[in-house]
Structures are given as C-alpha cells and as structure tokens.
Design a protein around this ligand. Structure first.
Ligand SMILES: Cc1cc2nc3c(=O)[nH]c(=O)nc-3n(C[C@H](O)[C@H](O)[C@H](O)COP(=O)(O)O)c2cc1C
Length: 270
C-alpha cells in the first residue's frame, strides 16, 4: 500500500508559509531571481514523494499557458514562471500524491516570497504537457503561476474574493472539518487540523474531513468525488499541511493511502 511522508521537510518554514499563503493571480512581470528558481527547482527534485508524480518548474512560463479563460476565476496575468504538476493520467492514488508533493513546491515558493495559485480548471493542457515533457500515459493535473505578486489586488482578484463559494480566506470551522474535535483529541492532531484549514482547494470547497481514531487520524472527503476536479487532490494538499503541524509537535509518522472509498489516508504515528 502506498505511503507518503516528508521526514526531511523544513517544517517550521513551511508551516509559517502555509499560514500566510494566498492564491495570487496577478503578477508584476519581473523575472524570478536565479537563487529563488534554484531553490524551488531543488524542492521539485527532492520531494518527489511518490515515484510516479513530479513537479516541473518552467523558468519561463509559456505566454499562452493561462489564456483561454473566461471570467475572473483563473485569470492569471504577468506570471514569468510556472509549475506543472504531472503524473500518470489515471489512478486513485495519483491525485492524492499530486496534491501532496505539489504543495511542497507551493509552500517553498511562498517561503521565497513568490506568489502561486493552483489552477486545475482552464489552462492550455497541450502547452503544459509540452513544457513538462509528458510521456504517453502522463498528464498535467494542474499548473500554477510563479512570480512576484502585484502589491495590490487586481480588480479581477478583488471580484473573486467577494464571490461565494470561491471566496478566498473563508474557511470552515475546525468543528466542521473535524467533527468532535476538542479535549478528546491530542494537541498534535488539533494543530494538524488547524494547519489543514489553511490549505487551498478547488473553488475553496474544503472537502477534507478528519476523524481521530484512538491512535491514528483518517482524512476523508465529503460528498461525491468529482472526476474532473478530484477532491482527492485537495485532500493531498491538506495532508501535507497536517503532517507539517504533526511533525512540528514532535509526532512524526506517515500517511498510509486507503483505497476504494471516501477515506483517503490514515496518519499513522511512528
Ligand atoms: C486543486 C486546485 C485547483 C484550483 N483551480 C483553480 C482554477 O482553476 N482557477 C483559479 O483561479 N483558482 C483555482 N484554485 C485556487 C482556489 O480557488 C483557492 O485555493 C481557494 O479559493 C482558496 O483561496 P486561497 O488559496 O487564497 O486560500 C485551485 C485550487 C486548488 C487547490
């Protein structure tokens, strides 16, 4: 059974990045500094936690990658670089691993002062597949712009932040994503849930739900799965956030992926 863990993660830096990260869609066009690109590339290489998935940094984002998009959702402008989140085109574990390992690059970019925005909806898939040099059987599951965000929110970003349910920053309460959370839960698990609350998700739907089962924590998704926008990918992102907080609390472990239902993975303490 597949296992995910990042024992070598810079836990403190990435937890801090997770708390302040915000999807940014409008960039000032300046090229990203060489040392930042090198640091990001090194994380893409080091944290390929599941062998078949990879995150590719395109130092120069192809100009048409984020085009063809209607409305403010997903309208990306001025990004000099991009990430492509690549893996096998099918497989239940694939979106989980894509979200989990892709978020390592997103948090590293945030640590470096760069903006990002997971985009799994409208992007030019053929362009993204070309920069990622995809093999037959591989697909780009999502992309992200990388660059220096404009100091102020663009009109499109402001509009988006007023919309529901995609309104950024709005988060479900801990009790909604972890029913029964409270004194019966150990501190590390409460902190894990709190870190997961900050995770980005498609349309900000926050599908993750946590259960504490005595000695382990299960993450599941709520409602039916979506073939086009897998909730398992969102859960993979939240799993990385949870793990960083658990590790920061001195409770290392690993995620055991679960098959065949809404339960996605189980955090098993070492
Ligand atoms: C898997 C995934 C796919 C997303 N797809 C898009 C997208 O296609 N277009 C877009 O503008 N934002 C997209 N987002 C960004 C979400 O809308 C954003 O994370 C959410 O609204 C929460 O806001 P925040 O990231 O600023 O906290 C996506 C996020 C995730 C995790």
């Amino acid at each position: 059974m597949a296992v995910l863990s990042v024992p070598d993660a810079p836990v403190g830096d990435w937890l801090e990045a997770a708390a302040r990260r915000l999807s940014r869609r409008s960039y000032d066009g300046r090229p990203v500094a060489e040392d930042a690109l090198a640091a990001l590339e090194s994380v893409c290489e080091r944290f390929r936690s599941a062998a078949e998935v990879r995150t590719v940094l395109a130092r120069e984002a192809p100009p048409d990658m984020f085009r063809g998009i209607l409305g403010s959702y997903g309208r990306i402008s001025g990004a000099p670089s991009a990430l492509a989140f690549v893996g096998p085109a099918a497989g239940e574990d694939v979106p989980v691993a894509i979200g989990y390992s892709g978020e390592t690059a997103v948090l590293e970019a945030t640590r470096l002062g760069l903006g990002t925005c997971w985009v799994s909806g409208l992007f030019r898939r053929s362009t993204a597949a070309a920069i990622a040099d995809c093999d037959a059987g591989e697909a780009v599951w999502a992309v992200s712009p990388v660059g220096y965000p404009r100091a102020t929110l663009s009109g499109a970003e402001r509009l988006l932040y007023r919309q529901k349910p995609g309104r950024a920053r709005h988060r479900l309460a801990a009790g909604e994503i972890a029913p029964g959370i409270g004194s019966a839960w150990p501190d590390w698990a409460c902190k894990g849930v709190e870190a997961a609350r900050h995770a980005p998700s498609a349309a900000n739907r926050q599908p993750w739900r946590f259960r504490y089962e005595g000695d382990h924590v299960v993450i599941a998704y709520a409602g039916p799965e979506s073939v086009k926008y897998p909730k398992r990918l969102d859960c993979g992102i939240a799993m990385l956030h949870f793990e960083l907080a658990a590790r920061a609390s001195g409770v290392p472990g690993s995620w055991l992926l679960l098959a065949g239902g809404a339960d996605v993975a189980s955090w098993v303490v070492e």
